[in-house]
Design a protein around this ligand. Structure first.
Ligand SMILES: Cc1ncc(COP(=O)(O)O)c(C=O)c1O
Length: 493
């Protein structure tokens, strides 16, 4: 039989991308070189600081009417990288994330290359199985034997969905009718908890006044006697306590609330206990689990952010819930047969998310976890805690440095005590700003009460003690210079 040739045989198969017939390889090769240089070159600057006006001038921000040539495009990429903060740099101590994770980075790239949404198995088959497997493993480690979970857009969103789940369980009528003013639900959290809790109460129509922020102890931990007292007081007032947050790694001091004690109280008073591990949740993988997270399996939900201590590129965040089915129950009516076809065999993860389109964030965690192994991660998180201990010791041993509060976990809060300047807040603020603008190191600050504290956060497992030594060298050299500069501080009385 002769096969008749027709034009269709010469048409492209449809597998390729036709918009960039010649550029694809050259652009990818060129850009990769820039990316590799950015990630690997030895730079003594975390950032080359420019103020806004200066940076705007250097960056040619506005999208143009005409497109760019290949070379202009490559330079635009290079320029963006040049003016970005190197959060993988070993002198970046500024946020609760940092460092670089090779397998997770590759995961991020292949996630973008295979661009899809987590809502259905049919468009994300491999990613669906991966997200399920990661959630299962994370639930197992947490101690939720029959739990479920979801990757979502960050810890703040995880806190919101935890509160949403609890509201729907405790006040089922709220789903359809909302809450009337007489219901008066109450949420308990410590005064060190993350601001997203109040925002969540606002979003869910509970009102920010429904959140009672209890005074914490000197280390930043929830006081359980105060918690118990407030529950009883609220009940006497006709309010309905239904949700409490145990922060696992507070944003400022890195403190862990006493989960076990809180769990006993919550069980007695029928309160949903949520563990906000947005910062410190990954400690669950370390040998320090019992020291920090004892009783975690007794909580009802847990936010665990691998984009912090596990160094997965932002965003990678999971909400785990002990009661299977609870997340699905949150969703009002998935009647969209243009997306969901309710195929029992395939099971679509989108049916338990309030997002429709949802990024594939589990794949980068999966690759990193496979690459390092659970044991590798155990050692990495151990190392972070041990380096933080070293940094705290350094503060204690260094003349002119004062620890502001005993270290709780990965955060060291301290300040510089100048000889010649009286206003410690102003001095330390200027010191921190000088360091940041020098680009040599980046460390953040906050306030404990009215006292400004420098907050050193150890989240990068590539750090060695020598990097911490270098940080303190930069800081004490700059501190001494500032202390001795005649006009070092503007407006000081
Ligand atoms: C205790 C705590 N909860 C929640 C969040 C919010 O997490 P995300 O930045 O992923 O929204 C943070 C962020 O640092 C945090 O420290």
């Amino acid at each position: 039989m002769t096969i008749k040739k027709d034009n269709r045989a010469t048409l492209p198969s449809g597998n390729g991308i036709d918009s960039y017939p010649r550029e694809m390889e050259r652009v990818l090769d060129g850009v990769w070189k820039n990316v590799k240089a950015y990630l690997t070159e030895d730079s003594n600057l975390v950032v080359k600081y420019h103020d806004r006006a200066n940076l705007r001038e250097k960056m040619d921000i506005a999208p143009g009417i005409d497109g760019l040539s290949e070379e202009e495009f490559r330079k635009t990429v290079e320029n963006y990288l040049r003016h970005s903060v190197r959060t993988h740099h070993k002198q970046f101590f500024n946020q609760l994330f940092g460092g670089f994770n090779l397998p997770a980075f590759v995961g991020e790239v292949i996630t973008a290359a295979s661009n899809t949404s987590m809502y259905t198995y049919e468009v994300a088959p491999a990613a669906t199985l991966i997200e399920e497997a990661m959630v299962r493993e994370m639930c197992r480690i947490t101690g939720y034997d029959d739990g479920e979970g979801l990757f979502l857009t960050g810890g703040s969103n995880g806190n919101l969905i935890a509160l949403f789940s609890a509201r729907n369980k405790m006040f089922p009528q709220a789903k359809k009718h909302g809450l009337d003013r007489e219901t008066r639900p109450v949420v308990f959290t410590s005064d060190q908890s993350h601001y997203s809790i109040k925002t969540a109460a606002n979003v869910l129509g509970l009102g920010t006044e429904s959140v009672i922020r209890l005074e914490s102890d000197e280390f930043g931990r929830m006081k359980t006697d105060a918690f118990l007292k407030e529950i009883e007081r609220a009940k006497e007032n006709g309010q309905q306590p239904f949700f409490a947050v145990a922060t696992c790694g507070t944003t400022l001091k890195g403190a862990f609330d006493p989960i076990e004690e809180m769990a006993a109280i919550c069980s007695e008073h029928n309160i949903w206990l949520h563990a906000d591990g947005s910062f410190g949740g990954s400690v669950v993988l370390s040998d320090y689990r019992d020291q920090y997270l004892k009783g975690l399996e007794k909580t009802d939900s847990f936010v665990w952010n691998p984009h912090k201590l596990m160094n997965i590129p932002l965003i990678c965040s999971a909400l785990l819930v002990k009661e299977n089915g609870r997340l699905h129950d949150n969703i009002t009516d998935v009647n969209t047969d243009y997306i969901f076809h309710h195929n029992e065999e395939e099971r679509d993860l989108g049916e338990k998310s309030i997002q429709c389109g949802r990024r594939v964030d589990a794949v980068k965690l999966w690759l990193a976890w496979k690459y390092h192994g659970t044991d590798g991660y155990r050692k990495r998180i151990n190392k972070l805690l041990e380096l933080a201990t070293y940094a705290e010791k350094k503060v204690k041993q260094t003349n002119r440095l004062e620890l502001m509060t005993a270290r709780q976990s990965l955060t060291v809060c301290f300040r510089y005590l100048p000889k010649h300047h009286k206003d410690l807040n102003q001095f330390n603020l200027k010191l921190r700003e000088n360091l940041r603008k020098s680009g040599k190191t980046m460390v953040n600050f906050s306030h404990i009460g009215s006292e400004l504290t420098i907050r050193l956060v150890i989240v990068n497992p590539d750090l060695e003690k020598s990097d911490i030594d270098r940080f303190f060298d930069y800081l004490t050299t700059e501190g001494s210079k500032l202390d001795h500069a005649e006009n070092g501080l503007k407006n000081e009385q």
